[in-house]
Design a protein around this ligand. Structure first.
Ligand code: DAU
Length: 332
């Protein structure tokens, strides 16, 4: 079976493809990816060429999408701009890629008679939840331009189900961690900075709560929803561990044998959400269970960054990465 994966050079997309090829022997994957700053061919270099093909192309480009989708039975849509801090600096690419790109894909899926289209989204669409757990039917109250662009794409997917009977499913996941994550996100930034004995910039008081989901568990949950989910429905995908950023920092410092002085408190992120928390009852109802315990997953992730400096070092040495950080720190 031929499956189109969008954004498969990114962190979650590449891990998903690896997991799918390992556990679904009948699959071959067309990986449509533009290779933006966060897409890395090195993340899929070890995958078998007979079952995985990277096609360079933009999800906003109807012709490129048509070529890639031809003959595909299923679509799993990861391609998106995802970094909150970048969306605060400039939201433009977030709106075109995340919203228009999703519309172009949905239209193509209708034309090509795709049987299942899974849209990968985020818990950030619910906004900050001071207490309790977000359910799939809760109102969407996105607070960052990134989250607003994802909420818009979620609503577009819903509208294609109602209007066109498109065979769609949406998943909303919490903070992912694991191998191949671009070192601008908190955890890989922390680990790689500590390896270099450089400080980690902790935003504000560090009491923001995040829920941590191993990327392989995320991939497993997406497969479960793709294969067993009800069309038109949304499924939350939460992790197996929730903590404040300060606690995460303490854990990582301890596991890496580093000093607390490497944590540098800086001005808070604008509009910083205090807490995300997901009710995952619907997903568990499909029979999904987490395979990763956070402690083991975190140790394994630290070990991966230690063993794979060749993967992340060029990313941190890149001119674009350096100038992004200069802009970030100028603001703080
Ligand atoms: O919740 C799911 C979302 O998780 C995904 O939809 C997003 O694509 C993904 O980026 C992530 O969003 P967050 O904003 O929670 O992740 P980030 O890694 O940027 O930050 C995690 C927490 O750490 C957050 O409270 C902000 C804080 N932080 C982050 C960075 C990059 C810092 O204190 N310092 C930093 O330098």
């Amino acid at each position: 079976m031929k499956v189109l994966v969008t954004g498969g050079l990114g962190f979650i997309g590449s891990n998903f493809i690896r997991q799918a090829l390992k556990t679904r022997p009948s699959w071959s994957v067309v990986n449509l990816d533009l290779r933006t700053y966060a897409g890395n061919p090195a993340s899929v270099a070890d995958l078998p060429k007979s079952r995985h093909r990277w096609v360079k192309g933009d999800i906003r480009d109807r012709k490129a999408v048509d070529r890639a989708m031809k003959g595909c039975e299923k679509v799993v849509h990861f391609a998106a701009e995802t970094h909150v801090d970048r969306s605060i600096l400039d939201a433009s690419a977030f709106l075109t890629t995340n919203i228009v790109g999703t519309q172009v894909l949905l239209d193509a899926a209708l034309r090509h008679g795709v049987r299942r289209f899974l849209h990968v989204s985020t818990d950030e669409v619910y906004g900050s939840v001071p207490r309790g757990y977000s359910k799939e039917g809760d109102s969407l109250e996105p607070n960052s331009p990134y989250a607003a662009s994802k909420a818009a794409s979620d609503l577009l997917v819903r509208s294609y189900f109602v209007t066109h009977k498109a065979p769609v499913l949406t998943t909303r996941a919490s903070n992912n961690y694991g191998p191949y994550q671009y070192p601008e996100k908190a955890l890989p930034l922390m680990i790689t900075n500590f390896m270099e004995d450089k400080p980690f910039p902790m935003y504000g008081d560090g009491r923001q709560v995040r829920d941590w989901l191993h990327v392989v568990d995320h991939a497993r949950a997406i497969l479960a929803v793709l294969e067993k989910g009800t069309l038109g429905e949304v499924y939350n995908i939460g992790g197996s561990y929730t903590c404040r950023n300060r606690e995460l920092l303490e854990r990582v410092l301890k596991l890496m044998g580093k000093d607390a002085r490497l944590v540098k408190r800086v001005a808070d992120r604008k509009g910083h959400d205090r807490r995300y928390a997901l009710d995952c009852g619907k997903l568990l109802g499909l029979g999904f269970r987490h395979a990763y315990d956070f402690d083991a997953g975190l140790r394994e992730t630290i070990a991966w960054y230690r063993a794979n400096e060749r993967w992340w070092r060029p990313l941190k040495n890149d001119g674009g990465y350096r100038s992004y950080y200069k802009t970030q720190y100028k603001r703080r």
